[in-house]
Design a protein around this ligand. Structure first.
Ligand code: NAD
Length: 259
């Protein structure tokens, strides 16, 4: 069984990952978080004792096959620095990394395999491909806009997934991404793509690409109703990454969608 070290073990995603790990053929062998320190990982996740205590020191992640990270940007950046010194495969889903942390991740990818994805769902991974096809095929007569909605506790906006989706469409069509419209902004220009973030309640994650033409609109939408999909995708990536060469990969590689 693949031995995973988990950063963010007491968080929503960390707990979800612990619950699905047995079905995915993975053992969580080390668990790090700054909350619930000293408590058993399985008890915190509601699946009964697993004999793995949650610890605060990231050093605990050294003795595993692969590290999986669902934490917060500061913690993820600290982890990347640690792994640069002692390379191990990394699967990271933490969003909102600043430019410095992104550069550190790129440097880590030179010495270890890294799967980084703002969204580990298979549906969303396919959405990126469909969005690219639709934006290229429909072309300039169709205005592209993106709307996303998440739960009220999410701290970054727009979501990493919405930003990636915007990047995919913007690349294909040569568009400029804008994040808000307010006041006397004038008519929409041909080269803009707005990304709007809605927040509320317990919404797990919804992303819609709208391609609005004259007299018709295509909408490509993905709705997540259970965060276990992200945990399963991340564990699929954790099994896939073992034995890979150093490099930066994403879920398209894991799903074999890359041409
Ligand atoms: P959360 O706040 O519930 O969990 C984050 C955990 O990280 C917390 O338990 C926190 O204590 C821990 N943490 C933070 N800083 C730490 C530090 N310095 N040392 C040790 N532990 C630390 O958040 P969540 O909903 O589980 O999401 C975690 C991250 O994953 C976010 O960035 C979120 O946007 C992202 N996310 C990604 C995907 C995906 O598919 N890629 C899906 C859902 C969420």
């Amino acid at each position: 069984m693949t031995r995973v070290g988990l950063l963010g073990a007491a968080g929503r995603m960390g707990q979800s990952l612990v619950r699905v790990a047995p079905e995915e053929g993975v053992t969580v062998a080390a668990a790090v978080d700054r909350r619930e320190v000293g408590r058993d990982l399985g008890v915190v996740a509601g699946v009964g004792a697993l004999g793995v205590p949650i610890v605060a020191e990231m050093d605990a992640l050294r003795d595993v096959d692969v590290v999986v990270d669902f934490s917060l940007p500061d913690a993820a950046a600290q982890l990347v620095e640690l792994l640069r010194g002692e390379p191990l495969p990394l699967v990271t889903g933490t969003t909102g990394l600043d430019e410095g942390a992104q550069e550190a991740l790129a440097a880590l990818a030179e010495v270890a395999p890294v799967v980084a994805a703002p969204n580990f769902s298979q549906g969303v991974t396919l959405l990126f491909h469909l969005a690219s096809l639709a934006a290229a095929t429909l072309g300039e007569g169709f205005d592209a806009e993106i709307v996303e909605m998440h739960h009220r506790r999410k701290i970054d906006a727009p979501s990493g997934t919405a930003l990636r989706l915007a990047e995919v469409v913007a690349e294909v069509r040569g568009l400029r991404v804008v994040h808000a419209r307010s006041g006397q902004v004038g008519p929409r220009s041909d080269d803009e793509l707005a990304v709007l973030a809605l927040r509320g309640g317990d919404v797990v994650g919804e992303h819609t690409l709208l391609l609005q033409g004259m007299g018709e609109r295509l909408e490509l939408a993905h709705r997540a109703t259970d965060r276990a999909i992200f945990a399963r995708g991340a564990l699929r990536a954790a099994r896939w990454i073992l034995g890979r060469s150093p490099g930066r990969y994403d879920m398209s590689d894991v799903m074999g969608l890359r041409a």
